[in-house]
Design a protein around this ligand. Structure first.
Ligand SMILES: *Cc1c(COP(=O)(O)O)cnc(C)c1O
Length: 345
């Protein structure tokens, strides 16, 4: 049987051979006792790469964002975030469930930004009628907004606005390294004014499990307590932290291959019948297109591609998303283009 070409997400990446070897040789201990040396090494490396004081391994990006909000935001305070943000849409409403934190959603532009004037208007004045604003959460790259990376000038503008008002900024940087590659900036520069960030080891970096939350020493100390209270204190986490080290050391620079593959795929299919796709939006490893075909629905398209061994997602029977990653080669992309051509031209 031919290989399944799985473009549903970069979460489907399997650990590399180097990762499996690192896992088999990892030095292990009990991470609740802060004695798992592989995890400590990963956290130190993450802190160094991000330019943050300290870092904490968490089970998922969702847990990292939740822990961060629980540390930054007292109960009854408010977080400003985009209406298309992962935290608003895809994290089961955890911040309100577990933190009594109110979310204030503002409109995301197509490039993942929120207008700075909307943010300024949303920051609450001190009045008994209002919750206090405690945090602004920005997403980089922005999943629902075509995988757009946020420009450095925009990130710093948000941070300045927040800090002038004594508000913290958290970056949901699940795909932050894709942003760094796309903008040709190192993570330290991107994060210079950011108070905390979560990034995923388990997406483009190809590790099997885990995300890392980074921030100040005091922030991470409290995050460790909150992680424990959520049931996220784990034991021999070096079993996957060791793979995360390989991911951070050797998988960041290759993300540009995923971006090139996404661009090639988008360029090759954007003129096909039914596909509505703005090539200017393809900046990283995510392709979104609207599908408007006189005879084929997007659900049928996805099913037809699946019978050709190609997987991707469709949302609301309208938008399709394809994500490139380490397990998708240039040759796989050429195959995908051939099948699209066969079905739609
Ligand atoms: C994947 C993702 C997360 C976290 O996802 P988990 O599946 O919980 O690891 C958070 N934010 C964004 C933008 C993501 O794409």
């Amino acid at each position: 049987m031919n290989k399944i070409i799985d473009l549903r997400s970069d979460t489907v990446t399997l650990p590399t051979r180097d990762m499996l070897q690192a896992i088999s040789e990892a030095n292990l201990g009990d991470d609740v006792y802060v004695e798992d040396s592989s995890t400590l090494e990963l956290e130190a490396l993450a802190a160094e790469i991000t330019g943050m004081e300290s870092a904490l391994l968490v089970s998922s990006g969702t847990m990292g964002n939740l822990v961060s909000s629980l540390v930054h935001c007292p109960r009854g305070t408010e977080v400003i975030m985009g209406h298309k943000s992962h935290t608003f849409i895809y994290e089961s409403g955890g911040i309100s469930t577990y933190g009594g934190i109110h979310s204030h959603q503002l409109k995301n532009n197509n490039d993942g930004t929120i207008n700075i004037n909307d943010i300024k208007d949303a920051i609450r004045i001190d009045d008994v009628h209002f919750p206090k604003t405690s945090l602004i959460c920005i997403e980089n790259t922005h999943n629902k907004c075509y995988g757009f990376p946020l420009e450095l000038s925009y990130i710093n503008l948000v941070c300045d606005t927040a800090h002038e008002n004594n508000i913290k900024v958290h970056m949901d940087g699940a795909r932050m390294f894709n942003a760094c590659v796309a903008l040709e900036l190192d993570a330290k520069t991107v994060l210079e004014n950011i108070d905390s960030v979560t990034f995923c080891l388990s997406k483009g970096l190809s590790s099997p499990i885990g995300s890392v939350l980074c921030g100040t020493r005091d922030f991470i100390k409290e995050a460790r307590r909150i992680r424990k209270s959520l049931g996220g204190g784990m034991r021999q986490t070096g079993v996957f932290a060791s793979a995360g080290i390989v991911g951070l050391k050797s998988m960041r620079s290759r993300l540009k291959e995923d971006h090139k593959n996404a661009k090639l795929l988008a360029q090759s299919i954007h003129n096909l019948d039914g596909i509505e796709l703005n090539l200017d939006y393809i900046q990283t490893n995510i392709i979104f297109f609207n599908f408007n075909h006189p005879h084929i629905s997007s659900t049928e398209l996805v099913a037809e591609m699946k019978s050709n061994g190609i997987l991707f997602s469709d949302y609301n029977g309208k938008h399709c998303r394809l994500v490139t990653h380490n397990d998708i080669s240039r040759k796989d992309i050429e195959n995908v283009i051939d099948v699209f051509n066969k079905l739609l031209s």
